[in-house]
Design a protein around this ligand. Structure first.
Ligand SMILES: [Zn+2]
Length: 385
């Protein structure tokens, strides 16, 4: 066993304990007080590792915790990123707290993705304890990923915080010990709002311009933009509009949930949505299209393929290779970082499954080898940027 593996084995109880504390802290993105309590746990650990710590937009929705550590190897910093929020409301951890057997862990966020943060932090700890040379590290902890940043500006803040990095490792989980993610679909929320002309539907219907009727025509066209074989889906998820059955409605809107495989697809789709909005069926109505939030897709690049090859060599040395590069249907913040031109691998965290359900689980034996892989990648000398 090499020194990293030996050291990490001694840290397994501490890693489980830290994970337990993280999991037992409720952290829905919508509860800033809970988020701050979860952030405080990570921040204290970062400070214990002598990292310089600050928060962007502290106490606001979508705050990002940043921990930085100078390198003893040359080169731009390496990003370790992950999110602290879960999809579960406050009170869930009281009902079903962290539990573990020899083989499996459970609890809210046990796969998606609290152990990933434990693994990143203990990879840093191992490098320090063993005085191994390592790259400069910038750890980014996001707090409203599950809401795809719809109530915050964290997507822009994350893009900003990623600037100047050499490469990035996102610590979401994977389904198997030898898997990492090189492709994720992107997502966005688009609001399509129609303004019409109100009128009494009995006295003067000819004076009205129905926003609901116009929106109905548009919804048929918008949904038809979906192309599932191309990985593109448009879902008119909500509609609102009108005020009374005897008034021609002057207002209607829909929120679109959009998923796409490439950022080029997204731009093309947005142009199509704009074109539909610009050509009304009901004359005299006007439509505005607003992108509420977006997460870029993660697409393989020359840089990310090189990073994958390097990771594969280390994974094989650790005994969890050869690595399989997986395409994931779910959006992830890795896409936002990669869109800044930074080679990015995702899915480096814990192995498990059933995210977003009460049956969510994680595999204990994946903690150590995959933490070792993260630590190994913080030691590479290859420069990407
Ligand atoms: Zn996640």
């Amino acid at each position: 066993m090499n020194a990293l593996a030996t050291y990490l084995t001694t840290q397994l109880p501490a890693m489980l304990q830290f994970t337990e504390r993280l999991v037992n802290q409720d952290s829905p993105a919508t509860e800033p007080a809970n988020i701050q309590q979860a952030v405080a746990l990570v921040q204290a650990k970062m400070e214990a590792l002598h990292m310089t710590v600050h928060q962007l937009n502290a106490n606001h929705p979508g705050t990002i915790l940043i921990g930085e550590l100078p390198g003893t190897l040359p080169g731009r910093p390496v990003i370790l990123s992950g999110h602290l929020d879960t999809v579960f409301p406050t009170g869930t951890t009281a009902q079903r707290p962290f539990t573990t057997t020899q083989s499996l862990m459970s609890g809210p966020g046990i796969f998606d993705m609290k152990p990933g943060l434990t693994m990143g932090l203990f990879a840093i700890q191992a490098l320090q304890a063993l005085q191994l040379p390592h790259r400069a590290i910038r750890m980014l902890v996001i707090t409203d990923e599950e809401k795809i940043h719809r109530d915050s500006t964290a997507d822009q803040a994350l893009a900003q915080a990623a600037q100047g990095a050499d490469f990035a490792l996102n610590l979401e989980g994977s389904a198997a010990l030898n898997q990492v993610t090189t492709t994720t679909r992107g997502g966005m929320i688009v609001e399509v709002a129609v303004q019409g002309q109100a009128a009494h539907s009995g006295a003067a219907p000819e004076a009205g311009r129905s926003a609901i009727l116009e929106l109905a025509h548009q919804i048929i066209q918008l949904e038809a933009l979906s192309d599932l074989t191309a990985g593109l889906h448009v879902n008119c998820g909500t509609i609102t509009g009108g005020s009374s059955e005897n008034i021609i409605p002057d207002f209607a809107k829909t929120q679109l949930g959009v998923r796409f495989k490439t950022n080029a697809q997204r731009e093309h789709l947005l142009a199509q949505i704009q074109a539909i909005a610009a050509t009304p069926t009901v004359a005299g109505t006007q439509t505005t299209v607003t992108v509420k939030t977006k997460i870029d897709s993660l697409e393989p690049t020359t840089g990310s393929q090189t990073l994958l090859q390097i990771a594969d060599q280390h994974a094989q040395a650790i005994g969890i290779g050869p690595l399989a590069a997986i395409a994931s249907g779910g959006a992830s913040d890795a896409g936002i970082i990669a869109a800044q031109g930074i080679p990015t691998l995702d899915g480096l965290g814990i192995v498990g499954g059933k995210a977003h359900t009460k049956d969510e689980f994680a595999v204990v034996e994946s903690l150590l080898p995959r933490t070792q892989l993260i630590a190994a990648l913080l030691q590479i000398t290859h420069q990407f940027n």
